[in-house]
Design a protein around this ligand. Structure first.
Ligand code: PFF
Ligand code: NA
Length: 454
């Protein structure tokens, strides 16, 4: 992967188009696919949610991926710096800059809970490796999660801290060459392991019930809340609206085909999520687990599968290592926009800037840790601290960011800005992209917001 600072002075490119795809996929594929997608589908009734999610990825996801990378690539600065230059250069309202401020902030807010959940997967590496789950039944696995993990804030804080340190160490290093090399084999390995899980789940799970749940469309499951949840999931899983893809775009070499790249990233990310769903739901139904139980779903259903499959101790350990690795490569991109800005505009230097951001997200994450135990009773509109952070980012700030970026590119900037960035696109595709950006994204997101307000 690349790259230290994002200031023009020490600007560097990703090695190649493939490297960008790898980095963007590293950001996209993470807990959103393996942890969040299954439980969101479970909570929102399955088939209808999955269909809406797929529709949002196709309609909104691909064009928005292009839009974010385009701005980064054109300006080659941290998102906050990029928006500043953009508004000056094209003499448009400085309020557009709020996109980058809001996006950087949402990345940091996501990181606060993301690192807590990633900490769970670190804890599960140890649990798996030491054979805690060997031969376990559903009740035992459920207790390990609800009793042992969630009820022990001290333990959770430790793993949450460790994960934060891991992310900070990599981001502080700046040039993440090692990460590029590891992503190159970790991602395919994760994919292979998911395929093994899918095979196991199809062989031993309740395939009919699982598939019916995931892929049967029941119109009554479409509510204003579930539409927003599907939109939020599409945006979250593709790392949109947090200006992460913008900061990665700023490291992208000119002359690469943004359209094809965006489609590749969206397709890979979607494939991982769907595979995770197919790996999980047949097992959920075969064991009488509750599909709508929330954030614990994956941490209960998968260990249960590993507990009873041949070689499960080894495969399970490897699986949670890979989840943690996928989470690191996403969390890097969550804090990079803020770090890049601090490096650009303060005297802190990269190491101190990263440490400061990590400290902030860790402290905020303490609130998340406690929301699963000591503070679980403190709720607003039935949402605890974790729920609020999750809802505020995935369902509000990130879609809002997407909408504003679409408005900026579609209406705020002259047409030739995008045409130059998308020079390789055919006129038809360009018109299609432009229609999506000018109308479909802003109107769609706006309408979904309105329906949820009233
Ligand atoms: N896309 C990541 C996932 O699916 O796990 C999460 C994420 C990363 C969201 C980076 C937002 C972001 F800026
Ligand atoms: Na994702």
């Amino acid at each position: 992967m690349a790259v230290a600072g994002t200031t023009e002075a020490n600007f560097m490119h990703w090695g190649s188009r493939l490297t960008f795809i790898l980095a963007a996929t590293g950001s996209a594929v993470g807990l959103g696919n393996i942890w969040k997608f299954p439980y969101m589908a479970g909570e929102n009734g399955g088939g209808a949610f999955v269909l809406m999610y797929l529709a949002f990825v196709a309609l909104l996801g691909a064009p928005m991926l292009m839009n974010e990378t385009m701005i980064g690539r054109a300006m080659r600065k941290s998102p906050i710096g990029a928006l500043q230059s953009l508004t000056e250069q094209y003499n448009i309202s400085k309020y557009w800059r709020s996109i980058a401020w809001m996006g950087s902030l949402s990345g940091v807010l996501v990181m606060a809970f993301y690192s807590v959940i990633a900490g769970w997967s670190l804890d599960y590496i140890v649990k798996m490796a030491t054979g805690v789950f060997n031969g376990a039944n559903a009740e035992f696995v459920g207790n390990q999660f609800g009793g042992e993990l969630l009820a022990n804030p001290g333990n959770m804080l430790f793993w949450h801290f460790l994960f934060t340190v891991l992310t900070v160490a990599i981001v502080a290093g700046g040039v993440v060459k090692g990460l590029e090399r590891s992503l190159r084999f970790l991602m395919p390995l994760l994919f292979v392991l998911l395929l093994i899980m899918v095979a196991y789940s199809l062989a031993t799970g309740d395939v009919e019930a699982g598939m019916r749940f995931l892929f049967t469309f029941r119109p009554e499951d479409i509510t204003s809340a579930s539409v927003l949840a599907a939109l939020g999931q599409a945006v979250f899983t593709l790392s949109l609206g947090c200006v992460s893809m913008m900061v990665y775009g700023s490291y992208m070499a000119p002359g690469q085909d943004l359209g094809k790249t965006a489609v590749a990233v969206a397709a890979l990310d979607t494939m991982v999520a769907i595979l995770a769903g197919i790996a999980i739901f047949p097992i959920v139904f075969a064991n009488g687990l509750e599909p709508g139980q929330g954030p614990g779903l994956v941490f209960i259903s998968l260990p249960l599968a590993f507990a009873n499959m041949p070689g499960g101790q080894f495969l399970g350990t490897l699986f949670f290592v890979l989840i943690a690795a996928a989470a690191v490569s996403s969390s890097i991109s969550l804090i990079e926009p803020t770090v890049a800005r601090l490096v650009e505009s303060t005297k802190l230097g990269r190491a101190k800037a990263t440490a400061a951001v990590g400290m902030f997200t860790w402290v905020l994450g303490i609130g998340c840790v406690l929301s699963f135990n000591e503070w679980s009773g403190y709720t607003v509109a039935d949402k605890n601290f974790f729920d609020i952070l999750d809802y505020a980012t995935a369902n509000v700030l990130m879609p809002l960011g997407c909408m504003m970026i679409a408005l900026l590119i579609g209406w705020g900037l002259p047409k030739h800005f995008a045409r130059e960035q998308l020079s390789e696109m055919s006129p038809t595709m360009f018109s299609l992209w432009r229609m999506m950006t000018r109308y479909v994204v802003p109107v769609g997101v706006g309408a979904i917001f309105l329906f949820n307000l009233f």
